[in-house]
Design a protein around this ligand. Structure first.
Ligand SMILES: C[S@@+](CC[C@H](N)C(=O)[O-])C[C@H]1O[C@@H](n2cnc3c(N)ncnc32)[C@H](O)[C@@H]1O
Length: 236
């Protein structure tokens, strides 16, 4: 069932500018990003095209996946894919081995509902990407837009360990995060905003930088947010 529309004031709570936060979002603001109930509340309140990070097409993500994958059969993982439309576009481009890992079952359910019969072609996994016991088949393309940027300190170390475990040799890792010019919070959670210098400190030991770009995202509420995209190849 489609969810009822919400007022623009409520949607304002999701745009991440910290100016208009509903009591329920405030209550969750102090929770860690890896709390699935936080995300289930968000996805329970807002349709996939009402959340602040929604874009009809994640164009840079899609372009770079097409560019760096050697075949439509290669394993692609969308980390924190939520209810994003990236999977719709990958299926349209005949990708046949796509996995979405997300903390929120509600978000995944919404994607299943939207895809209809096409959902059978996708692996959905409701899990915390930082869970060391999570079993994942190694992938050729790892994509993460706006999940890593909720991680700090120890979580970053855990993320690096998961990357090391789950990337095939020569795999490409595509990352989209808030820049220092973007809001300090997103969906009521603190964001670890990055520059290329901070990303290089984290990733350049194990990855070769292929390219990067800054992109302005317009939220459904008309607010501009700057994302830093980078693509990295796993070093042998
Ligand atoms: C801001 S949304 C971005 C959604 C999507 N990637 C996009 O760009 O439209 C962040 C998503 O990451 C998921 N997430 C956050 N931390 C996660 C974790 N540790 N493991 C798996 N998913 C996570 C959330 O449930 C949420 O769906």
């Amino acid at each position: 069932m489609p969810k009822p529309k919400t007022s623009s004031e409520e949607i304002g709570a999701l745009i991440g500018d910290g100016t208009s936060v509903t009591p329920i979002d405030k209550a969750h603001a102090m929770e860690r990003s890896s709390n699935s109930s936080h995300w289930d509340v968000i996805y329970g309140k807002y349709r996939h095209d009402q959340v602040g990070w929604y874009a009809p097409v994640l164009q840079t993500s899609l372009n770079w996946i097409l560019k760096y994958s050697d075949s439509e059969k290669c394993a692609v993982l969308d980390v924190g894919g939520g209810s994003s439309t990236l999977v719709d576009d990958l299926l349209r481009h005949f990708y046949s081995n796509v996995t979405i890992v997300d903390l929120s079952q509600r978000a995944l359910d919404e994607t299943v509902y939207r895809l209809g019969a096409k959902a059978f072609e996708v692996n959905f996994n409701c899990a915390d990407i930082l869970d060391p016991n999570l079993f994942l088949m190694p992938v050729k393309i790892w994509h993460d837009r706006a999940a890593f940027h909720f991680m700090f300190e120890k979580e970053i170390d855990m993320y690096l360990q998961r990357l090391a475990k789950s990337l095939l040799p020569n795999a490409v890792f595509i990352l989209g995060v808030f820049t220092k010019n973007a809001p300090p919070t997103c969906s009521g959670l603190r964001v670890n905003r990055h520059s290329m210098a901070s990303l290089e400190r984290i990733f350049s030991h194990s990855f070769l930088l292929l390219e990067s770009k800054v992109e302005t995202h317009i939220t459904p509420n008309g607010v501009q947010q700057e994302y830093l995209y980078s693509a990295w190849r796993r070093l042998p």
